[in-house]
Ligand binder design. Structure first.
Ligand code: GAL
Length: 702
């Protein structure tokens, strides 16, 4: 039997997590479908002599850019002294942009409070885990839980919105910039602590319920009142904090960030009439959850720097970036309401990696076409001019240090935008995605709580949640499956396939939805670590992963993980694969088919992956996390083939997608030349059949 609170907990989470998360209705004129995608660039008028602005705006337009993005760090120029606002300079910059045919995205400057604010109100600065007050002199150092800071932000936002909210030249708004405290992560201030307590009070009502859910009987951690609770902070504790307290803290932090975004959005909307609102989340960032902003943002955007010294796949991966993470971010951000795009996409070499190599010539152009293929409605790049001062002076822009010569990246941006302008002429509003392609459409289920809970208690340092996701994601893209990354409050019932990787925290409601999904003909793929705990992060008083056992048709009597340098073996379909991070050892019930077996360790011969029919559909459980993900890709392929979905077979990292308007788009993130196989009647509109590494092609198929 599972613990009685299984059902109760589910009801609570639904009440807290599912209410009011409806997407906003977006004005279709903001991003006309027929324009498909537009490209723009960041510009900092406040940092350049005004005598150069007109020249710069004209040159931005000459690079084919269609919009400029301004103001996210300009608070000390907008409000040089408390209550004295100066927008005259911004008026002139907006005017010049418009005169050059550029739409304007304006930003709230809350990422960089002015010095007078930090000095007059030190309580608005964050406090780090060692209890130190963070100083002025960088960015994202303000504590958005501080009521005083919130008030100042509301005031400047209101002034901005009053001035530009009705200005047709201003297309939309970005709130803040990469909402986070970067390496400092959280603020441990009094204000944050108080708001965390308030949130807990609201969630639990009584401290005894909190004690129960936090398992506070362990180590006598019991609290007598909410006021005694502090933010769990490993730096001031002798041993590990309560994992349940940490999980709640991370939930609170994400909610607080979403609440801050909603707060700013509400101020902008009070005065803004017909302009969209976004914020630029960070790619793959785990602390701030964009799904919590579904009902406050109109547009979902993020920042992405694919090349900053990371190896990625293949010998040229360090110059090409990761195909999987780039594509995954599009599939996540597009899924909220269909209006999405990267707000910062790398323009060339950056300055902040441990090493900062050049992207491969052509790669930047390929990323732009990848955005196009993924259905992005816009891309913006950071930044137009390479700075001559400040901590990012080694960061490339679209223009070189002379301020006028287009950089190599600048030329690739200009090329991509010229191509998109051409492609618009072939836009077919009635084009339908090919049925075979749609037949492979996959919902990829994630939940930020799973990430938080796993990183809180990984059990093995070899485990990497995001890399685990990517193993499945790469497998899906190599079959040319269109993917939508969904949080589990979303409806996945219509998708022919659902993949829920390492879905650690479940409740009865979700397991029921999964079961009904399969019974109705869906194909569900679950992977190791799924269903281990309830939503509080507590284990079941039942067998391991009890709630999913009847669904997967197997027991999981043990799991294993191996020390660094030790590899276990697993075999499937006559091939062998190595693993090191996680292995659920499965005992299938009658009627459940084994897909992969361990071939060594003391459990040699036991099942590593199983599948079974459930109603009109199937449920597959992959218990092992292999080194390369090749086994996972093979198992996925088997599921899609048996379901009659005719998976394609592309080399991993050669991506192919269909986009509205009737276009196929291929991008070659592999380190070798690829030759595209397309049917008769192929009309190449960009590129050609042969793709070098970093190459991209767009075509129509008759
Ligand atoms: C982003 C940030 C920008 C700029 C850029 C440099 O993460 O949002 O403001 O710092 O990095 O690559």
């Amino acid at each position: 039997m599972v613990r009685g609170s299984f059902g109760l907990c589910a009801v609570m989470i639904l009440a807290v997590g599912m209410s009011a998360q409806e997407p906003r209705v977006v004005n279709p004129d903001w991003f006309p479908k027929k324009d498909m995608m537009t490209i723009g660039v960041y510009y900092y008028p406040e940092a350049w002599p005004e005598s150069q602005w007109a020249r710069d705006m004209a040159n931005i337009r000459k690079l084919n850019m269609e919009f400029v993005h301004m103001g996210e760090f300009a608070w000390s120029f907008m409000e040089p002294e408390e209550g004295r606002y100066d927008f005259a300079w911004l008026d002139r910059a907006v005017d010049l942009a418009a005169k050059n045919g550029l739409k304007v995205v304006l930003c709230t400057p809350s990422a960089t409070p002015p010095i007078w604010l930090s000095r007059n109100h030190p309580e608005t600065l964050t406090v780090d885990s060692a209890g130190r007050r963070i100083d002025h002199g960088s960015r994202e150092h303000a504590d958005w839980s501080s009521p005083v800071y919130r008030e100042y932000v509301r005031k400047i936002d209101a002034e901005l919105a009053k001035r530009y909210g009705n200005d047709k030249r201003v297309w939309g708004w970005q709130i803040d910039n990469e909402l986070s405290h970067y390496g400092k992560r959280f603020s441990y201030s009094e204000a944050s602590t108080q708001k965390f307590r308030d949130w807990l009070k609201e969630k639990y009502g009584t401290v005894s319920r909190l004690n129960a859910d936090w398992g506070a009987a362990f180590w006598s951690q019991r609290y007598q009142s909410f006021d005694q609770i502090t933010i769990p902070n490993a730096d001031v504790l002798v041993a590990d904090p309560s994992p349940h307290a940490v999980l709640d803290f991370r939930r609170w932090f994400a909610h607080e960030a979403a609440n801050y975004l909603a707060d700013q959005a509400a101020v902008l909307r009070r005065y803004s009439k017909d302009q969209w609102i976004t914020t630029n989340f960070m790619a793959m960032h785990e602390d701030v959850d964009p799904s919590l902003s579904r009902n406050s943002l109109d547009v979902f955007s993020w920042t992405h720097y694919p090349v900053h010294g990371n190896a990625n796949e293949g010998p040229l991966g360090f110059r090409l970036g990761s195909a999987a993470t780039m594509s995954f971010m599009h599939d996540l951000m597009r899924s909220f309401n269909g209006i999405s795009g990267p707000m910062e996409l790398q323009p060339g070499q950056v300055n902040w990696g441990e090493v900062n190599p050049w992207p491969l010539p052509g790669a930047i152009h390929m990323w732009l076409l990848r955005a196009f293929g993924a259905g992005a409605r816009f891309v913006c790049t950071y930044r137009y001019r390479q700075p001559l001062f400040g901590s990012e002076l080694y960061h490339k822009g679209l223009a070189e240090t002379d301020g006028v010569t287009p950089s190599p990246g600048g030329r690739e941006y200009a090329q991509a935008m010229a191509e998109i302008a051409e492609l618009r002429k072939s836009y077919d509003p009635n084009a339908k995605a090919p049925a075979e392609y749609e037949g492979r459409r996959t919902a990829f289920l994630i939940d930020y709580s799973n990430r938080w809970d796993i990183s809180n208690h990984k059990q093995t340092k070899r485990w990497d949640t995001e890399e685990h996701w990517m193993k499945y994601y790469r497998g899906l893209k190599s079959m040319v499956a269109p993917v939508d990354v969904l949080t589990s409050d979303r409806d996945f019932s219509k998708y022919p396939f659902v993949v829920a990787p390492a879905y650690q925290l479940v409740d009865s409601e979700l397991v029921k939805r999964w079961t009904t999904y399969a019974e109705n003909g869906g194909h569900l793929i679950l992977t190791c670590r799924t269903g281990q705990k309830d939503r509080r992060g507590q284990l079941w008083e039942g067998l391991w992963a009890q709630p999913i056992l009847s669904l997967i048709g197997a027991r999981i009597p043990i799991y294993d993980d191996l020390p660094e340098g030790v590899y276990g073996q697993v075999s499937a379909g006559g091939k062998n694969y190595s693993w090191g991070s996680w292995a659920d050892i499965l005992e299938p019930k009658e009627g459940t088919q084994t897909l992969a077996k361990y071939t060594d360790q003391f459990y040699a011969g036991k099942a590593a992956a199983v599948t079974r029919k459930v109603g009109r559909g199937t449920v597959t459980y992959v218990g092992v996390d292999t080194l390369t993900g090749d086994l996972e890709a093979q198992i996925l392929r088997g599921v899609y083939e048996r379901a009659g979905a005719k998976p394609a077979a592309l080399p991993p990292n050669l991506l192919l997608d269909w986009r509205d308007g009737g276009f196929w788009v291929a991008t070659n993130f592999t380190s070798v030349n690829q030759s595209l196989t397309t049917g008769a009647g192929t009309q190449f509109l960009v590129g050609q059949r042969e793709l070098a590494p970093g190459g991209a092609a767009v075509w129509k198929q008759q």
